[in-house]
Ligand binder design. Structure first.
Ligand code: SF4
Length: 381
């Protein structure tokens, strides 16, 4: 399968915690020009790679739900004329304030079958703190459901001392969204909150507290949900995010728009577009790909990425895959490492997986396992 991601960087205003390529004020003319650039970029891929077929489409941002009906229709028509869209899933990220009857029927008419609802919080005081508009979560969710969107996903930010965990869980139990994404509040470089933390006007939540709150929530949700990826929960396998699962399964995807990433597996090539709108425009107008970063993936990097991405998910990574890399001569070294990390990872049905506790410190554990694999590989790679 191959995925297509399109980045829409416009927002009503920049949220406190956001570090994405986003927050550009929406203006119909500016957005229309950006759609032209996106379609031009899509044409560059069509010219370079021939007729491409995509199995998933993901419109993310930013706030794609801000796009007017005419711009969104023009984007979809343009993309459909350049590529074959044999989509098994079409997702659009939606901010709650854009959930109206008119928009819901527009998104449906354009073939979107999955809405990713950016609720972030149910608590007015937290929404104010995060600089997000207030909204009625029951009404918004019900409207989307009644409009016929059965594959709804809801995003929440957690890891906040003031989070009312009980109310959040009650809301989730009441509505049982088929898919949930839970993210920890973080102070990433480039966000307003990181600036506040540096100046000492915001106290960054204690990481141990955050990990514990996340784990408690995840364990409670696991009564109904499958915790199938570090930040994602689904009601059964059929509600897993197909597009995002492509990333974790090391399948190819193309990203269009500022800050978008792509992985052309057939060329072992990975890229991230520039986040600078002016540089993006300059490159596109000169018929150049607007890469801000690019790399050719060698065999060793591919192994490391497969390990890292696989271990993020409940599928883990097959022991046979690791054996293909290292041979079975020195696998005892690998098993010694796994044994020493037994609270954080385990072997289940011939697969290496992270335990719930391991998922909260995934980067550290994956690095430890990768170091052992590298040691075994030695100079042989
Ligand atoms: S969190 Fe979403 S709405 Fe807020 S600035 Fe970032 S992309 Fe825009």
């Amino acid at each position: 399968m191959t995925g297509l991601y399109i980045h829409i960087p416009f927002c009503r205003k920049k949220c406190l915690y956001c570090h994405f390529a986003s927050g550009i004020p929406y203006d119909e003319e500016r957005a229309s020009h950006y759609i032209d650039l996106l379609l031009h970029e899509a044409r560059l891929y069509q010219e370079a790679h021939g007729p491409l077929a995509f199995h998933t489409l993901y419109l993310g941002g930013g706030t794609p739900s801000l796009l007017s009906p005419s711009l969104l229709s023009r984007l979809l028509e343009g993309i459909s004329s350049l590529f074959t869209l044999e989509t098994r899933e079409r997702t659009i990220e939606v901010n709650p304030e854009d959930v109206t009857k008119a928009n819901l029927s527009l998104w449906k008419s354009l073939g979107f079958d999955r809405l990713s609802l950016g609720f972030q919080s149910l608590q007015p005081e937290l929404l104010r703190f995060l600089s997000r508009p207030l909204f009625d979560a029951d009404k918004t969710y019900t409207m989307a459901k009644e409009a016929g969107f059965s594959r709804l996903s809801v995003d929440f930010i957690v890891g906040i001392p003031q989070l009312d965990v009980f109310s959040l869980l009650s809301w989730i139990e009441k509505h049982r969204p088929p898919h949930l994404s839970l993210y920890l509040l973080s102070c990433e470089e480039g966000s307003t909150i990181a600036g506040l933390a540096k100046r000492g006007t915001f106290q960054t939540p204690d990481p141990d507290f955050q990990a514990q709150q996340y784990l408690d929530l995840a364990m409670k949700l696991s009564r109904f949900y499958e915790w199938y990826e570090i930040s994602n929960f689904s009601l059964g396998k059929e509600n897993r995010a197909i597009h995002n699962s492509l990333y974790w399964a090391y399948e190819p995807y193309i990203g269009l728009g500022i800050g978008a990433s792509g992985f052309l597996s057939w060329q072992s090539f990975r890229y991230t577009n520039t986040v600078n709108l002016l540089l993006y425009e300059e490159a596109i107008k000169a018929n150049r790909f607007p890469y801000g970063f690019q790399e050719t993936i060698d065999t060793k990097t591919a192994m490391m990425e497969k390990l890292m991405l696989g271990l993020r998910t409940s599928n883990g990574i097959a022991l046979n895959t690791i054996r293909e890399w290292i041979g079975n001569k020195e696998e005892s070294l690998l098993f010694t490492t796994i044994q020493s990390l037994s609270s954080y990872c385990s072997i289940d049905q011939q697969k290496l997986i992270l335990t719930p506790k391991g998922r909260l410190v995934a980067n550290t554990i994956i690095t430890e396992i990768w170091r052992t694999i590298e040691k075994i590989l030695g100079e042989n790679i």
